[in-house]
Design a protein around this ligand. Structure first.
Ligand code: MG
Ligand code: MG
Ligand code: MG
Length: 311
């Protein structure tokens, strides 16, 4: 019976490409497998598929009654609709275990590594299966995407080695340039309103009874978004009073030079400086803004000092 290899909802490049690569791998082993996707391609993935003239996997809107292999996720909230009435055979992933419970034992392979595609490439290499150049191009792109062009704290030496081995197969020379073009396609600052820029990647927290909002834009060209800083700041003030944020921060992250321009709005004017001034060197950049060198991660570098302050 046909087995669908499928990634998470709101697909990214790694989830789409790892489904394709793993379906191909399973076919080599004699399984009747097909790659599928649980949603529309994002602008970055669209860019990659157009660039390399590749055909995306089929859309599977509901998996009821199907046999599934899940790639690049393991949490029920991210699974394709109908997963609870499907038979899940395997999970191949690089995320934390999210509490999913199965009726029967299944095959699970999870590694703390930069991308699921890296894991699947290793399966090919270990079996000495050939990877077609067209697929290798997509696989390189997937690794560049998930590792933020090898700059993410989650990127390992293995991700780099595997990406370069795939690039050789694909005949791709300039991975930095490919990655930058992909991130440009993804951020699309020019087309977005200030509110869209703030809320596209946004998280809300409560620390010591204070409501805190933190948005982030990862960009390869800080000047593009910096040109809109006054509009963004104005919109942040509106948003803060609408939603009662005691502190609202917007991280404009430069992934090439590794640093962030932080815009902030707070009830107490000195709050930002009090929180971050003791842990980072703050470079003032005009009204309600500081640049912090080396700062890239909301989870690892912005949230902890705030949490500490309000403790
Ligand atoms: Mg993913
Ligand atoms: Mg991934
Ligand atoms: Mg990702």
């Amino acid at each position: 019976m046909l087995v669908y290899v499928i990634g998470h909802k709101k697909p990214d490049t790694d989830t789409i490409v790892s489904a394709m690569a793993y379906a191909e791998f399973k076919k080599r082993l004699g399984l009747d497998a097909v790659a599928a996707r649980a949603g529309e391609l994002n602008p970055e993935t669209k860019f990659v598929f157009e660039k390399f003239g590749a055909e995306p996997p089929m859309l599977l809107e509901n998996a009821r009654g199907k046999k599934l292999i899940l790639v690049d996720h393991n949490e029920a909230s991210q699974m394709v609709d109908g997963y609870d009435e499907a038979e899940i055979l395997e999970i191949i992933d690089h995320h934390r275990l999210g509490g999913f419970v199965t009726a029967k034992p299944i095959f699970v392979h999870i590694e703390p590594i930069g991308s699921t595609t890296t894991i699947i490439a290793k399966f090919f290499f270990n079996r000495e299966f050939e990877i077609p150049a067209d697929l290798a191009k997509l696989m390189v792109s997937a690794i560049l995407s998930d590792t933020v062009i090898f700059r993410s704290p989650t990127c390992t030496e293995e991700d780099k080695e595997v990406a370069h081995r795939l690039a050789e197969i694909a005949g791709l020379k300039d991975l930095e340039k490919l990655g930058i073009d992909m991130f440009k396609a993804k951020s699309r600052i020019a087309e977005k309103t200030p509110r869209e820029i703030i809320l596209t990647d946004f998280k809300e927290y409560i620390f010591g009874g204070v409501k805190v909002g933190i948005g982030q834009v990862e960009t390869v060209d800080l000047s593009e978004v910096e040109a809109k800083r006054n509009e963004i700041l104005r919109e942040m003030k509106t948003l803060a009073s609408e939603r009662n944020y005691g502190l609202l921060i917007m991280m404009l992250t430069d992934i090439i030079n590794r640093g962030s321009l932080l815009l902030y709005v707070s009830e107490k004017p000195e709050l930002f400086k009090e929180i971050f001034g003791r842990v980072y060197e703050l470079e003032p950049r005009g009204e309600n803004a500081y640049y912090i060198k080396g700062l890239m991660s909301r989870k690892k570098q912005v949230v902890p000092p705030i949490q500490e302050y309000f403790k």
